[in-house]
Design a protein around this ligand. Structure first.
Ligand SMILES: Cc1cc2nc3c(=O)[nH]c(=O)nc-3n(C[C@H](O)[C@H](O)[C@H](O)COP(=O)(O)OP(=O)(O)OC[C@H]3O[C@@H](n4cnc5c(N)ncnc54)[C@H](O)[C@@H]3O)c2cc1C
Length: 359
């Protein structure tokens, strides 16, 4: 038996892939409902379609215009490939249904407590303790993963906090990105009248978020929903595999440190995990082969950006505005920066200036 903790996208997709090969799989999810509460903007590149077919009603908007703002500069991009805005609740439920269609049993309202040898301790409804036997344990239990704690006793994952509101805000269907507000901030339209607006920050996220809303003249009456959650920063030293216990998705901090996006990386790691369990391969090696290089680049960029002052953002945007660099950025896929970074550095050698922030 394979037990998955967490019915988020990473856990459900891994369960589906494993069950498809005939393995018995069960998922334990602490909430009573899948996809609730939402803690995500749902912005993904269209490369998600290379991984999984999305039902059309999951995609609520498609956008090819992005505006990036520093204090004094603005860059407008027309992306070659549209970004998709997905309905996270529908997306998570779609993946859960796929898993169930292959025979996966999902147990809702079951919280993982700990594992001793091959026995899992769970709590039903936060009260009744249950012991379950398992051969493999997959921790897809998000940024505060309890399973991760059993593999890495010292908590090693650095976290950002993301706060987001769904607001009434007329817009021209472009994504806005503010890399110098909080750790970064965003406005992502659901449609021409409604946006998801948020801030991610290491420090004082609530304060940063309120300040950002104020700059956009958003008042309490414009807000229809508020959401928040933690975003783990990629840590290449985190151990993700020990004694038939594996970590996946946010639980393994498989998240882009520049944007906080982790949906695609969790799905790709689920593919690597399935391959490793089915073919008896090393999971760490498999997922690292698939996503480590790009996650490491995002982490390096994050380390550089964390030391930026306003004048550095202004300079970067001015360099990105040059037609040749702009064209590379418009054509790139941010999930795979390794494919364009060298080209970018060769086209605009002045970008090397920023590498001093790594020292
Ligand atoms: C504000 C915000 C905005 C974001 N925007 C984007 C975005 O636009 N695009 C993008 O790609 N990513 C985004 N992310 C990141 C994205 O949400 C995550 O990378 C993604 O959800 C990871 O999926 P997962 O399945 O690994 O973990 P999760 O989605 O966190 O799922 C983990 C599941 O495990 C369950 N669980 C936790 N502990 C236990 C336990 N002890 N027992 C049982 N169940 C448990 C949880 O209830 C949850 O259902 C955002 C994150 C935040 C916070």
């Amino acid at each position: 038996m394979i037990s998955v903790i967490g019915a988020g996208p990473s856990g459900c997709y891994a369960a589906y892939l494993l069950a498809k090969t005939g393995k018995p799989v069960q998922i334990f999810e602490e909430h009573k409902e899948i996809g609730h509460p939402i803690q995500c903007t749902g912005l993904v590149t269209s490369s998600i379609k290379d991984i999984i077919d999305l039902k059309q009603d999951i995609i609520i908007n498609e956008i090819d215009k992005v505006r990036i703002f520093s204090k004094h500069e603005e860059l407008e991009l027309k992306l070659k490939n549209k970004n998709l805005i997905i309905d996270r609740k529908k997306f998570d439920n779609y993946l859960a249904d796929l898993a169930v269609s292959k025979g996966v049993k999902i147990f809702l309202n079951y919280k993982f407590i700990d594992k001793k040898n091959n026995l899992l301790k769970l709590k039903y409804n936060n009260e009744k303790e249950t012991i379950v036997k398992t051969d493999h344990l997959i921790g897809a239990d998000g940024p505060l993963s309890k399973v991760a704690g059993s593999i890495n006793p010292k908590k090693e994952t650095k976290l950002m906090t993301g706060i987001q509101a769904v607001v009434k805000l007329k817009n021209e269907n472009h994504i806005e990105f503010y890399p110098s507000i909080g750790t970064f901030a965003w406005i992502v339209p659901e449609n021409k009248e409604i946006c998801r607006i948020g801030v991610a920050s290491y420090k004082n996220p609530r304060e940063e978020f309120q300040k950002f809303l104020k700059t956009k003249n958003i008042e309490q009456k414009d807000i229809t929903d508020t959401q928040g959650g933690l975003i783990p920063i990629y840590n290449p030293r985190l151990k993700t595999d020990k004694n038939n216990t594996y970590l996946l998705g946010d639980a393994a901090a498989q998240v882009k440190a520049t944007t906080g996006g982790g949906i695609i990386q969790g799905l790709k790691a689920a593919q690597a995990m399935t391959k490793s369990i089915i073919e008896g391969k090393d999971y760490e090696k498999e997922w690292r082969r698939s996503i480590h290089k790009d996650l490491l680049l995002h982490l390096r960029m994050r380390k550089i950006m964390d030391r930026f002052k306003d004048k550095d953002w202004d300079l970067l945007i001015r360099l990105f505005k040059k037609p040749k660099t702009k064209s590379i950025i418009e054509n790139f896929d941010r999930d795979y920066p390794s494919k364009f970074m060298v080209k970018l550095a060769l086209t605009e050698p002045r970008l090397i200036y920023f590498s001093r922030f790594l020292l």
